[in-house]
Design a protein around this ligand. Sequence first.
Ligand code: PBG
Length: 328
Amino acid sequence: MSEPRLNLPSRPRRNRRTLAIRNLMRETELTPAHLVLPLFVHRGADEPIESMPGAYRWSLDGLTGEVARAAKLGVEAVVLFEAVPEALKTPTASEACNPDGLIPQAICAIKATHPNTVVMTDVALDPYNSLGHDGLVAPDGTIQNDATVEVLCAQALTHAQAGADIVAPSDMMDGRVGAIRTNLDHHDHSDVGICAYTAKYASALYGPFRGALDSAPRSGDKKTYQMDPANRREAIRELELDIAEGADMVMVKPAGPYLDVVRDFADTSTVPVAAYQVSGEYLMIKAAAASSWLDEQAAITETLTGIRRAGADIILTYFATQAAEILG
Ligand code: PBG
């Protein structure tokens, strides 16, 4: 007795029949070359981060070791974040612009050992601000836009002078991309690129990162500068502004819950689109995998592939090295 036969001219399963056929038909590539590894650095010995299992606050030596490990696996881009001791945090965040600070030292250390690795830096005041905000806080508690942009320009210049390839303003102040561009050009750093955090949402998923840096706002929240998670059209407004101001790349952050915005950017942007799989997205997978409720490796490649499929050219992810290992 033969099986009942449907008269189907189209059987999509034919294209999934064997691994080789599936590989042949695959529409989206995920390779280490697209990934950027965020790294934390501090003044002290290598130390595991409680809120982000598997991640570390690195010493300068530990940092270059991680850069080496990533590069060997094909991840040749990193973005740096500094965990700042409480004693160096001030309301003016002046340590952010210290040419002898830890980020300039880290840039030099990486460039001395791995000149080919792309070094990106975070431009924002929160790790350096005793009030924990990305911008300067006025006595009445409001975040001062234009005064902050001046400090961000100085911070970005400090990173450029130390040898950063790309500066990445994550603060969400209006007009900072254009101001940083003008200031870099004025100081002969027209080769240094700007990766704009263009659609950065006021997200609950940054919690583990703020744990890593002890950088949570000491009062209030970030909703007067980071975007409302409910808004999609507004992201296009930010996109148009950042491109007009000279951004070399535009970013959506977080990634997973905002894939519609990633797709909008991919369809509209004239510069490459980045997406940031943030600390909370990382922790959700790590925590679920730690209790064996999901397959960690499969979840990593699936979420990263989804972000690529939505249209991201570049993905910032704490899984970068691990993903490169999995992709083999
Ligand atoms: C700081 C900054 C944050 C992140 C990147 N840069 C935190 C914030 O805006 O509060 C979050 C990254 C992550 O959660 O992985 N400007």
